[in-house]
Design a protein around this ligand. Sequence first.
Ligand SMILES: [Fe+2]
Ligand SMILES: [Fe+2]
Length: 176
Amino acid sequence: MRIYVCRICGEVYIGEAIPPSCPFCGAEKRFMVLGQVWQDENNVELTEVSRKNLEESLKLEISNTKFYNCLENVSSQTEIAKMFKGLRKVENEHASVFRKLLKPEKDPEVEEVCVDEAIVSLKDSKAREERAINLYAQAAQEATEPRIKEVFLAIMKAEKDHLILAEEMLEKYKDK
Ligand SMILES: [Fe+2]
Ligand SMILES: [Fe+2]
């Protein structure tokens, strides 16, 4: 058995082989390294623009975590409830990634509401993932710190996977 650590979120995976993507933040397999070589890369001197982008990103991830948490509890369709549970865990991990870079004194206050309407929820989910992708693409472009650029691109890829999922589920449930 081996101990793998994700270079993006710092979470630990124990197993025989590297999983296809980080089970916690969804970063690509190439970011998983052996525990013996992992090191903390999150002490970055932030530029003003990256600080602003990280603040906005943290708020977005907290908002999406709360939104998915709400849906996970109200959705009557099991597969959809499980999808939102999975997304809630990943978005919560993304909030934690941004928090490690930003080191804020406290989290922004965010409230979310939701309803048990599969199509409405999936469309809302799709829009939220698109918004995250656009924000992270811009933030990566504006970042002059290599670590910040890397993190935004890695998390953007995870949100692209979520967007594909939302689109596939919309297709699957559109007539139900
Ligand atoms: Fe990760
Ligand atoms: Fe996210």
